[in-house]
Design a protein around this ligand. Structure first.
Ligand code: FES
Ligand SMILES: [Fe+2]
Length: 364
């Protein structure tokens, strides 16, 4: 079976990527190697590594990493001991050294081997030359990203216009509120494809359709990211229709939601006063976990009991349930003997075509 596939850079002529990319497990291994190991992954938050010695672990593809603060510097390492590949950190916490959970070798916060018990008499063993393998880390707003590829372009090159575009929302001063995980029976790309277009909103999300000005909805692709603009529909004053609306643009400083996507699997959904991050993590070729984290300019004291916050999460859940259902159905249909490749709406699916062209670039 050919791993490569043809792809037309002109959306008007292009067909979508072949169905086998969604249903054949061989592609997930290829994507872990060629996509996830060469892109910036959202792995945590700055507030988790605020003080020296604070650390958290994360997984990127098949690799475990640890991110920690060492004074002013944020560092990332593969979570793999140089002795016999034990883990040097578990979960999250605060320590002044990293001690391997297998035979207890100890490393400094800058990755040098500090102590290796009972290694006397071992030849050509120079602890000074042994360091944990580094991973690139960088931050934006309250978020920490990591990249396994030492030669990758800087995070700023992947974010491109997103920071400038969401600057009026002041995300850097937003604080973490809560996290939710959803498990879906679909390939991770089905979820990303679905995220990258507003084309399905009128059919799949009738209540969201009432909030946004669908005709003005547009997707702006950049090099490694894209930005979706979803202007809110004006609320008709004192009408029955206004009572059922959730967002009123006339009361917002910035009357728009901005949906930023960073290749391949990170989404930043920014609204007035709050931001939601989505990270799409493949578990298997047909299983995906999507992690939602919410941040707010004025976080509620207790999100579980705050009524405004609960309404916001309930609306997000409603949209998510609608997306999960269609994504899982599409995944089943991608296995159909009659379907292989489809076509794109040039007006509405340029974000999906852009994602597929980046996939094509990284995979082939
Ligand atoms: S594997 Fe780390 S000390 Fe042995
Ligand atoms: Fe959707």
């Amino acid at each position: 079976m050919a791993l490569v596939f043809p792809f037309d850079p002109d959306i008007r002529r292009a067909s979508t990527i072949p169905a086998r990319l969604y249903v054949d497990p061989v592609y997930l291994e290829l994507e872990r190697e060629r996509v996830f190991a060469h892109s910036w992954q959202l792995v945590g938050r700055i507030d988790q590594v605020a003080e020296t010695g604070q650390f958290f672990t994360a997984e990127i593809g098949n690799d475990s990493i640890v991110v920690l603060r060492d004074g002013d510097t944020l560092r990332g390492f593969y979570n793999v001991c140089l002795h016999r590949a034990g883990p040097v950190a578990h979960g999250c916490g605060k320590r002044q050294t990293l001690q391997c959970k297998y035979h207890g070798w100890t490393y400094t916060l800058n990755g040098e081997l500090l102590r290796a018990p009972e290694m006397e008499g071992v030849e050509r063993f120079t602890p000074e030359d042994m360091r944990l393998r580094p991973v690139a880390v960088d931050t934006w707003g309250p978020l920490v990203f990591a990249n396994l590829d030492g030669k990758a372009a800087p995070l700023a090159d992947f974010l491109e216009d997103i920071p400038a575009r969401v600057a009026p929302f002041r995300c850097e001063s937003m604080r973490y509120v809560m996290r939710k995980e959803y498990e879906l029976a679909c390939n991770w790309k089905v979820y990303v494809d679905n995220y990258l277009e507003g084309y399905h909103i009128p059919v799949v999300h009738p209540s969201l359709h009432k909030e946004i000005d669908y005709d003005s909805y547009r997707v702006e692709p950049h090099r490694y990211s894209s930005i979706q603009h979803a202007p809110l529909r004006p609320v008709p004053s004192a009408s029955a229709a206004s009572a059922e609306r959730r967002y009123d643009p006339s009361r917002a400083e910035v009357p728009e939601a901005v949906y930023g996507w960073i290749f391949p699997n990170v989404m930043l959904n920014v609204y007035m006063g709050q931001m939601q991050t989505n990270v799409v993590l493949p578990v298997a070729h047909d299983r995906t976990v999507v992690v939602f984290e919410w941040f707010a300019a004025n976080p509620p004291a207790d999100p579980a009991t705050d009524s405004a916050w609960s309404r916001l999460v309930a609306f997000s859940d409603e949209i998510q349930d609608e997306d999960v259902e269609i994504c899982e159905t599409v995944q089943r249909n991608l296995r159909s003997r009659v379907y292989d490749r489809g076509r794109y709406s040039a007006a509405r699916e340029n974000g999906v075509h852009h994602f597929h062209s980046l996939l094509h670039e990284f995979l082939t």
